[in-house]
Design a protein around this ligand. Structure first.
Ligand code: ADP
Ligand code: ZN
Length: 518
């Protein structure tokens, strides 16, 4: 029987599937022919079979290196359920258990052995594979070896020595997300020999991408969640403190949420994860510590309360939505303060190639949030998949940016800033424009100003969006102190106030968040 026939037979008889997906068949054949392979298939695309079927066909044991114990256990359980002899070795097992597994390995009783990369450094394990080398080495989540990837793990670096130790054993490296630079880095660090690279499409057509400017995250997220009743989803924040804060505030507003970040105990994390996976609690508020290897098909939305550091991270995190192929939402709240923060972190690093790559990746992320063309086109092009047709399933395609003659609105704002003596911040200016009854406004006598209430007909968010545009355009400036910030006029604002120049602004896209589908 040819390799192709054997592989099909394993697919049908052992896994019970009819046909190969994506490029599974070609990949399996390439592995069986002894090539090194780099496989990039989005999550849920069926990477595991690419080494599981070869493992069954090859004599000996396939070594699978995987970063998370929980992931390993799931995989091993699944394989055992299919009647495949699989085992794992990890620190959560007793020494007896570990010895048992090693004995089984030596006796050739295990088809797939899952380990974490740290295991490679232990003497007993090293001696074991030196004595009886594996038949194939599979490296899951291979992007973890790259410092340019979105989830670098130093322990992964030691995997790089395997090629020198076992030059004739084929390596298959698998990941869901890697841009061109990360791919190159994976190949180099693993010392792959003339690897075949398999890339499947990065497109996730059922995910709707929306990017909005963040000005009041809690309000914006609540407003989004109101249209998501009964759905479950993940809210990513950029720090532990922000996760705790967001979880608390959403709970106070009556939402049922769990929080997850590396500052919680292992037990707390496991609980949170389990409650979310079992649909006990619909909303997971988390740092990026949450999500790898999570296979929850019905995640209907992923919200980023902060901008991720790279497009790879963004793609990976949003990719956790809509695994079941039903419509799903990816909402990103973007604010330049996120970029400034990353920029600062990068600036403090030593100059060099690595720094310039990080900067490049950050700039690509910034460009994505600011893009005025279809988000999907930008995203796919970033991963080297060139598309030109609009997707009709992102904010830009569905709600194109609309310019309008903003001179009058700008004059209202600028004169209000001037009338309150350039001593107050955005919210105060908006409140004066909208004729708010705030006590402070009355105490200051600002309710007597000619600008008081001239912006009543528009919402607070509308004015905030315009003020931000005027800041971006350089007509308004902000003075920051530790406790509050004040708005003041730039020199250029005079010409606007006198109506000497035309001023085109973007219609605030306030309904976007609410317009997401059910
Ligand atoms: P990945 O590792 O790429 O995220 P998995 O290997 O976990 O994806 O596969 C995702 C799901 O698709 C699993 O439930 C798997 O059993 C299923 N699957 C994989 N290959 C096929 C196939 N050829 N036909 C049908 N289902 C498949
Ligand atoms: Zn689009």
């Amino acid at each position: 029987m040819s390799i192709a026939q054997q592989a099909s037979e394993a697919l049908h008889q052992i896994f019970g599937y009819k046909i190969f997906r994506n490029q599974q068949q070609q990949i399996i054949e390439s592995v069986m022919a002894g090539h090194d392979n780099l496989v990039i298939i989005p999550t849920g695309g069926g990477k595991s079979l690419c080494y599981q079927i070869p493992a069954l066909l090859l004599a000996g044991t396939t070594l699978v290196i995987s970063p998370l114990i929980a992931l390993m256990k799931d995989q091993v359980d699944q394989l055992l359920a299919y009647g495949i002899k699989a085992a794992c070795l990890n620190g959560s097992q007793s020494p007896q258990e570990q010895q048992m597994v090693m004995k089984q390995y030596k006796q050739g009783e295990i088809k797939l052995l899952y380990i974490a990369p740290e295991r490679l450094a232990t003497g007993a394990f090293s001696a074991m594979i030196d004595a009886i080398p594996p038949a194939l080495i599979a490296i899951d989540e291979a992007h973890c070896i790259s410092q340019w990837g979105h989830d670098f793990r130093p322990e992964y670096l030691q995997i790089g020595q395997l090629k020198a130790r076992f030059p004739t054993i084929a390596i298959i490296a698998l990941t869901a997300t890697a841009d061109e630079m990360t791919r190159q880095d994976i190949i180099e660090r693993l010392n792959l020999t003339q690897p075949q690279t398999y890339l499947s499409s990065f497109d996730r057509p059922n995910i709707r991408y929306t990017v909005v400017e963040r000005f009041n995250p809690l309000e914006q997220i609540s407003s989004f969640l109101r249209n998501q009743t009964g759905n479950c989803g993940i809210i990513y924040c950029s720090s532990r403190a922000k996760v705790d804060d967001m979880a608390l505030r959403l709970t106070q507003r009556g939402y049922s949420v769990v929080a997850y970040h590396a500052g919680l105990s292992a037990q707390e994390r496991a609980n949170a994860q389990e409650r979310f996976l079992k649909d006990d609690v619909p909303i997971m508020v988390a740092t990026v510590a949450f999500g790898m290897g999570i296979n929850k098909p019905n995640v209907r939305f992923v919200i980023h309360a902060n901008v991720p550091r790279t497009i790879e991270a963004y793609y990976q995190e949003t990719g956790r939505a809509g695994r079941d192929s039903l419509p799903a939402e990816a909402l990103l709240l973007s604010n330049s303060s996120d970029f400034n923060w990353y920029q600062k972190v990068i600036d403090e690093k030593e100059a060099g190639f690595h720094k310039s790559i990080e900067l490049h990746k950050l700039n690509e992320m910034i460009a994505f949030t600011q893009s005025q063309t279809c988000r999907r086109i930008v995203l796919l092009n970033y991963f080297g998949e060139h598309r030109h047709e609009k997707c009709n399933n992102c904010d830009i395609c569905l709600y194109p940016l609309e310019q309008y003659d903003g001179l009058l609105d700008a004059q209202k704002i600028l004169s209000c800033v001037y009338r309150v003596d350039q001593r107050y911040g955005t919210q105060y200016v908006v409140d004066v424009l909208r004729g708010s009854q705030r006590a402070l406004i009355k105490e200051n006598g600002h309710d007597k100003l000619s600008v008081y209430g001239i912006g009543k007909e528009q919402s607070s968010d509308y004015w905030i969006s315009l003020i931000r545009q005027l800041i971006h355009l350089g007509y308004l400036k902000q003075n920051f102190s530790t406790t509050f910030s004040t708005l003041y006029l730039a020199e250029e604002a005079r010409a606007v106030l006198r109506g000497e120049i035309p001023l085109s602004l973007v219609k605030p896209r306030l309904e976007l968040v609410k317009k997401s589908r059910q």
